[in-house]
Design a protein around this ligand. Sequence first.
Ligand code: GLU
Length: 504
Amino acid sequence: MSTVTAATASAAPVRVRIAPSPTGDPHVGTAYIGLINFLYARQRGGQFILRIEDTDRTRFVPTSEQMIFDALRWLGLTWDEGPDCGGPFGPYRQSERTEIYREHAQMLIDNGTAYRCFCTAEELEAVRKQQTAAKLPPRYPGTCRHLSAAQSAENLAAGKPFVVRMVVPAGSTTFRDELRGDITFEHSNVDDQVLLKSDGFPTYHLANVVDDHLMQITDVIRAEEWISSTPKHVLLYQSFGWQAPRFWHMPLLRNIDKSKISKRKNPVSLVYYRDSGFLPQAVINFLGLMGGGMPSPTPIEIVNGAKENEVFSLQQMIERFEVPNIRLGGPVFDLTKLRWLNSEYIRALSPEQFYAALRETVLSDRYLSQIAPLIQSRVDTLGQFGDLTSFLLRDDVMPPAEVWVPKKRTPEETLLFAAEQLAVLEATDWTLEALEPALKQLGESRAWSVKENFMLLRAILTGSTMSPPLLESMVVFGKARTLDRMRRFLETQKKLAAQNQPKK
Ligand code: GLU
């Protein structure tokens, strides 16, 4: 094993973090940014911190945090401080730090860089309407910025609800992005941001800056989409009189068509990749290819004679990857390539390892023991297990039209309804209690009978008109894989329909 270059090894220990919000399944983007932070810390003898940013209670999903932990561990991205293992700068869950944010908001009010805003939702809406009518961009007009101390105290004493906003002075902010150089934002484009909401919870900007400072983060390495937040953060550091960390904004992962990665075009849930039998070594290798931080050409081990210098382990990345080498052109998350890489790793396994991998994932005791009760009352012999459950063991299922189009419906309206089913399921908790009413409500609102509604879903999921209990099967198959199957179905049917269009 070679060591890190002297220049990096001798640099001061760094502290980096990822700060995912638990709003659903863990995202491939979180793993990508996690990997970059992990490598940066490991190469420099620094610390990698996991902080959970759970202050947006409207988007909070209780099961999400544990899924984030599991997914990062699955990939081998272990953290040194975090909500589960603690550390000297805890708590590492923002909902447990609200008092800290309130105190810090007060510090800014006291030094004049923030103020209480008592404007009501109606007042703000009225202003917004006027601005829209005048074709002006929606802006907070600064009404409460000019409130006298006495007026503010009076409102406070009267118990009027308020938010705390930061003063964004006239002028501009310039900050250095380590990958891009200086970036300047004119303040005329920046509103007086809300820092503390009326429920006493902080917004992202306040909590993020206070925590990065208190947790002594030296380098903020995050996705490009946060660049427009950075001037606000830099202003906040100045308002507190703190030194800002270094900022690195990583290029966003892209779909093949170069649009920002989205679940419409790619599975983005790490749970999907794990449950469909991608190997963690392949996924982490693939994420390491994004952005091109590996030196090239690389004299590194090549699995199964793969021609490209593209196959490397997490350990090899720790030895050779360099964050400053990252290229800014959007890295393309190409599923075909990931499958190829996965196949390389699969072929490199010994037969024992391959069998073990199957038994840990698609044929795990956990999974099979959930499937068994679905069919016990439906088989005459144990040998029929596969006949009834193959849809839960297969990667791809594609029903023929006579199976998925209900008798009284056209293919077009059926596909529209299937897309609506997908949207509803995306937004639904993956439990029987939540799934059943959500689907029924959709059916009622679109005048689709329960029978048609469930038959369509059954056809898409199982490829057939008959199956073990549908919702139970979906729960066992899991949200990430069910949604993927529906997306693939819609995608395929769209393509088929386009092919069948008469040529003009
Ligand atoms: N909570 C933000 C997220 O969900 C953190 C962004 C940042 O790293 O500052 O990604």
